[in-house]
Design a protein around this ligand. Structure first.
Ligand SMILES: [Zn+2]
Length: 324
């Protein structure tokens, strides 16, 4: 069976260059590893996601020439988070039956008082409700109580090398469902990666700190084999800030309307993320070669399963001879 990865956008706006660079990495690494790409619509946040953006995303992907291995139907689909409420509820029951889940009544305002200054990393939930035993009648979110004596989560990123993370120190007890009853990104994505049989995850390096908590959560949910992770650079502006939909970077839709061709947009995306120096027109299948060229050394030394110690890389590159 071919190894599986996923392209998992949130339809909160039209896609821009940052998404296209990410697609080059997802499809390029899938080619290198002989894998296939599932499309998953991550619309767990019902406040911000809109169906019209999902439709636009599918059109833009087709225009760019990226084809996922699955189809996400317009009616209910297991690849759309908003259609998967029951799956998350079932996963929650698994955690709750082991006594790991508690009610948290903290508001944003309460938590803002405990926020760390920006230079000290992400805000850590201080565990205010962990032993409070709040009744169900109060408006509440649900959190996962980490084991504070657990060893750090160690893994070898396919592009960044050896990592060790302590979720209980980074983010504190993990929010699984918010006070509005919405599943959180961390919870939904972990459940999805297990149920969709994801073997390797390709994503921007801004999500590197999420990996330890997702690995630990996956184990608690009974996930058998952790995925291999590849965290790639992001497209950043001149000030080093991640290109996002909130900023005024032109959408792919706008570029299309301005007469830009897919090959030109892809070439520009490759340049923007540092895969090439000069933006020359390319097609999606060129991505693997560009990644090999830009990261070849890292990929070879960290992901050559033939020589890596057990657990370092569960995947074999297509071009490597099979292990004895
Ligand atoms: Zn709380």
């Amino acid at each position: 069976m071919r190894p599986v990865t996923r392209f998992a956008p949130s339809p909160t706006g039209y896609i821009h260059m940052g998404h296209v660079s990410h697609m080059l990495y997802v499809w390029g690494l899938a080619d290198i590893l002989g894998g296939e790409v599932l499309l998953r619509i991550e619309d767990h946040d019902r406040q911000r996601c809109r169906r019209e953006y999902e439709t636009a995303l599918l059109e833009d992907m087709e225009w760019l020439g990226f084809q996922p291995a699955n189809k996400v139907s317009a009616t209910a689909s297991q690849y759309r988070q908003s259609d998967s409420w029951k799956v998350y509820a079932e996963a929650l029951r698994t955690l709750a039956s082991d006594g790991h889940v508690y009610r948290c009544v903290c508001t944003r305002r309460t938590l803002a008082r405990y926020k760390r200054p920006p230079d000290r990393g992400e805000a850590r939930y201080p565990g205010l409700c962990r032993d409070a035993g709040h009744p169900e009648s109060m408006s509440h979110g649900l959190r996962l109580a980490w084991d504070h004596d657990a060893p750090p989560e160690s893994f070898r990123d396919g592009l960044l090398g050896r990592q060790a993370q302590r979720p209980e120190r980074q983010c504190g007890d993990l929010l699984l469902r918010d006070r509005l009853g919405q599943w959180t990104y961390q919870f939904a994505v972990t459940v999805d990666d297990i149920r969709h049989g994801v073997d390797f995850v390709v994503r921007g390096d801004d999500l590197l700190p999420s990996t330890g908590r997702q690995l630990r959560l996956a184990r608690m949910l009974g996930g058998l084999e952790p995925p291999q992770y590849f965290h790639h650079p992001l497209v950043r502006d001149k000030a080093g800030v991640k290109l996002s939909k909130k900023q005024r970077s032109p959408s792919i839709r706008e570029l299309r309307m301005a007469g830009v061709t897919p090959a030109t947009a892809l070439g520009e995306a490759a340049r923007a993320v540092g895969l090439v120096r000069e933006a020359l027109p390319i097609v999606p299948r060129d991505a693997s070669q560009l990644i090999e060229r830009a990261h070849g050394g890292a990929l070879r030394s960290r992901c050559a399963a033939a020589s890596a110690p057990a657990g370092d890389c569960s995947l074999q590159r297509r071009s490597l001879p099979p292990t004895a």
